[in-house]
Design a protein around this ligand. Structure first.
Ligand code: ATP
Length: 314
C-alpha cells in the first residue's frame, strides 16, 4: 500500500453545521480512506450537500472540523489545488461555449489537461462551439465532469451528479468516473439517490440520516456482516434478540435484515441470503434509529486488522 492509499481523503471530527436553530449536520466523525468510490446516501434534507460543502471548503463548520487528502484543512489552497468539486445543478455558465468553459477553467487552475478535455467532449459528441446553456441537462453534467477531471484532481467530489441523466447517460457517466478512479487513482466521494447505480460503482458507503452519520464503512465489509433471513412470520419475534436492522412482515413470511456473518447458524425453518448495497441502504433508510458505525476514529487499517468494520446499534 503506498502513502496515497493509506491516507484518509476525508477526515471529519465532531463536525457540525447549524443554520439558525437547525442543525443540518451534527457530530459527524468520519475517516474515508483514499482509493475508494465513496457513496454518500440519505433522504432529502439529511445533510449530504452540507457535508460536501464543508469538505470542499464552501461552508464553515459551526462545530468540529474537517480535513481532506491526508490532513489538509478544507478550503486551504493546497486542498483546493488537489480536489475538484461538481456542485448540484451542474454549474456551467450558460452563455459560454464549451470551448470558453475549457479556456476559463484552464486559466483558473494550475493544472489543466486540455487534450484530455477536448478528446472526451469529442467522444461524447459535445460540440466545443455550442453554448453551455444550449446543451441538454445530461450534456451539461458531462461537461462539468470533464472540466473537473481535466484538472487531474486526487479527490473528486460530486453532489448528485446523475440526477439529470437518462439511464444510458447515467451508466456511461458512472463508467467514466470508475475509469478515472481505476486508471488515475482518483478518490471519489459522490452523493446520490440512485442506489442501483451506486451498487455497481461504490466500494465505500456513508449513510446520513437527519444530519447524523448512520452507516459508514467499506461496502464489502458491510455486506459481509449483514444477511437477509426469510422465515415464517409466526416465528419472527423469536429472533428479536439478534441485531435486526429492518423487519418486513408479510402474512406468511417475514424478511429480517440482520447483522450476522455468513457462517452464523441459520435458525431451523429459515433461509439466509446475502444482501446487496441497495437492499442494505434501503433497510437502514427505513430505520433511521439503526446504525452501523466503525469505532471512534477507526480507519481502514484497523478495520481490516480486526475484520470487524462496524457494529449495529439501535
Ligand atoms: P437533498 O437530498 O434534498 O439534496 P441533502 O441531504 O443534501 O438533501 P442539505 O441540503 O445538506 O440536505 O440540507 C440539510 C438541512 O439543512 C435541511 O434541513 C436544509 O433545509 C438545511 N439547510 C441547508 N442549507 C441551508 C441554508 N443555506 N440555510 C438554511 N438551512 C439550510
Amino acid at each position: 500500500m503506498n502513502g496515497e492509499q493509506s491516507m484518509n481523503i476525508i477526515e471529519a471530527s465532531g463536525l457540525g453545521k447549524c443554520y439558525g436553530s437547525t442543525w443540518a449536520l451534527r457530530e459527524c466523525t468520519l475517516a474515508i480512506p483514499a482509493g475508494y468510490v465513496a457513496a454518500l446516501v440519505g433522504p432529502n434534507g439529511a445533510g449530504k450537500t452540507t457535508l460536501l460543502n464543508l469538505a470542499v471548503g464552501l461552508a464553515e463548520p459551526t462545530a468540529g472540523g474537517v480535513a481532506v487528502l491526508g490532513g489538509l484543512p478544507s478550503g486551504s489552497p493546497a486542498a483546493l489545488d488537489s480536489l475538484a468539486f461538481v456542485a448540484q445543478d451542474t454549474p456551467v455558465y450558460k452563455n459560454l461555449s464549451a470551448a470558453d468553459m475549457l479556456h476559463l477553467t484552464r486559466n483558473l487552475n494550475r493544472r489543466f489537461d486540455q487534450p484530455y478535455a477536448e478528446t472526451r467532449l469529442g467522444e461524447l459528441g459535445i460540440p466545443l462551439t455550442r453554448k453551455a446553456g444550449k446543451l441538454s441537462g445530461g450534456q451539461q453534467a458531462q461537461l462539468a465532469l470533464t472540466l473537473a477531471l481535466a484538472r487531474r484532481p486526487r479527490l473528486l467530489v460530486l453532489d448528485e451528479p446523475v440526477a439529470m441523466l437518462d439511464p444510458i447517460a447515467r451508466h456511461d457517466f458512472m463508467a467514466i468516473m470508475l475509469t478515472a478512479a481505476a486508471d488515475d487513482g482518483v478518490s471519489v466521494l459522490l452523493s446520490s439517490h440512485a442506489l442501483a447505480e451506486l451498487e455497481r460503482v461504490a466500494d465505500y458507503l456513508i449513510l446520513l440520516s437527519r444530519g447524523r452519520v448512520q452507516v459508514a464503512g467499506e461496502v464489502d465489509g458491510l455486506l459481509a456482516s449483514h444477511r437477509m433471513l426469510t422465515g415464517p412470520t409466526a416465528e419472527a419475534d423469536k429472533y428479536s434478540e439478534r441485531p435486526v436492522v429492518h423487519v418486513q412482515r408479510g402474512e406468511a413470511q417475514t424478511h429480517l435484515l440482520v447483522r450476522a456473518a455468513a457462517d452464523d447458524p441459520v435458525p431451523p425453518g429459515w433461509e439466509a441470503h446475502p444482501v446487496g448495497l441497495e437492499e442494505l441502504a434501503l433497510a437502514y433508510l427505513r430505520e433511521p434509529g439503526a446504525a452501523a458505525l466503525p469505532g471512534p476514529a477507526r480507519g481502514r487499517a484497523l478495520a481490516a486488522e480486526t475484520g470487524e468494520p462496524s457494529e449495529v446499534t439501535r
